[in-house]
Design a protein around this ligand. Structure first.
Ligand SMILES: Cc1cc2nc3c(=O)[nH]c(=O)nc-3n(C[C@H](O)[C@H](O)[C@H](O)COP(=O)(O)O)c2cc1C
Ligand code: SF4
Ligand code: SF4
Length: 252
């Protein structure tokens, strides 16, 4: 078994690593941007794939990765894990449906609520204590799911026809425009000192240095990794000001 994930602020990495380690030993979970990811998928029959819910959908990078590598999913047994800041009708189903089309067997889906990763929206921010409580509940859920899976029962969150309907009508149709491609909307202000941190962490290689300043291109997958790590809080995406640089490490 292998865990693979896209994770911006560390939530999904944390959840996938924890779940995999409770079920399999030795456990392995690697990021989607890892150079070994295709080989690892080819070598493992059972795959846990995790990603953050974005506008009630799977991030474009995840859907793009699945489609570009369509041939590797045939006969794989896959559990989809969607982390989220609030709620998603069918976060896990968004990748599961594409994987199924390419011949994978979907073992199930798991939804895990975690602190919100959007660093530039006041509305979505919670106190440290509230975030601690959310993470404690997530830990309990992961342990429960690990026990179920060890007993051969895979949760079906987000992968049933009913959840597809809830996800589509309740949320995704309103947001579809926001997730139908990579984003060109990343902004970097003049506080940038050209340290290069954002460039080294971006899973999409979407940033480069020009005249000692970071400059974004047009293939951002909205993961918020660079925004959460920029030492000058110079990067924004959905909002215009960094309110809190949320990172899971602050709670570990
Ligand atoms: C662009 C964007 C859109 C998001 N949309 C949703 C959403 O529709 N529903 C939700 O519950 N959480 C949403 N979130 C919150 C993340 O899904 C959540 O915080 C997730 O655990 C982040 O995981 P990560 O740290 O692995 O990237 C969104 C986050 C971002 C950055
Ligand atoms: S991490 Fe921030 S300060 Fe450093 S290069 Fe990127 S935008 Fe500039
Ligand atoms: S530019 Fe920033 S938010 Fe966009 S994909 Fe790269 S690290 Fe993520």
């Amino acid at each position: 078994m292998i865990g693979i994930y896209l994770s911006g602020t560390g939530n999904t990495k944390y959840c996938v690593e924890r779940l995999v380690s409770l079920i399999s030993s030795p456990a392995k979970a690697i990021p989607l941007e890892s150079p070994d990811v295709i080989t690892e998928i080819q070598q493992n029959e059972e795959i846990f794939i995790g990603y953050p819910t974005q506008f009630s959908n799977a991030p474009y990078m995840v859907r793009d990765f699945i489609k570009r590598n369509a041939v590797i999913w045939k006969n794989k047994k896959i559990l989809c894990i969607a982390t989220m800041g609030a709620f998603s009708g069918d976060g896990a189903g968004c990748a599961a449906r594409i994987l199924k089309k390419y011949g994978a067997t979907i073992l199930g889906g798991v939804h895990i609520r975690m602190p919100d990763s959007v660093c530039d929206s006041k509305l979505l921010k919670k106190t440290m204590d509230e975030n601690r409580r959310i993470i404690a509940q997530a830990n309990e859920k992961i342990e429960k799911v690990a026990l179920q899976i060890t007993n051969g029962v895979y949760p079906k969150e987000g992968v049933t026809p009913v959840s597809h309907f809830i996800g589509l009508l309740g949320q995704r149709l309103w947001f579809y425009q926001k997730t139908n491609g990579y984003s060109k909307k990343l902004k970097i202000d003049n506080h940038c000192v050209g340290c290069g941190k954002c460039i080294s962490v971006c899973p999409m290689k979407n940033l480069a240095l020009q005249n000692k300043k970071a400059v974004p291109e047009d293939r951002c997958t909205m993961c918020y990794r660079c925004i959460s790590l920029c030492p000058k809080k110079a990067i924004t995406l959905l909002g215009d000001e960094v309110v809190e640089q949320y990172r899971i490490e602050k709670y570990r």
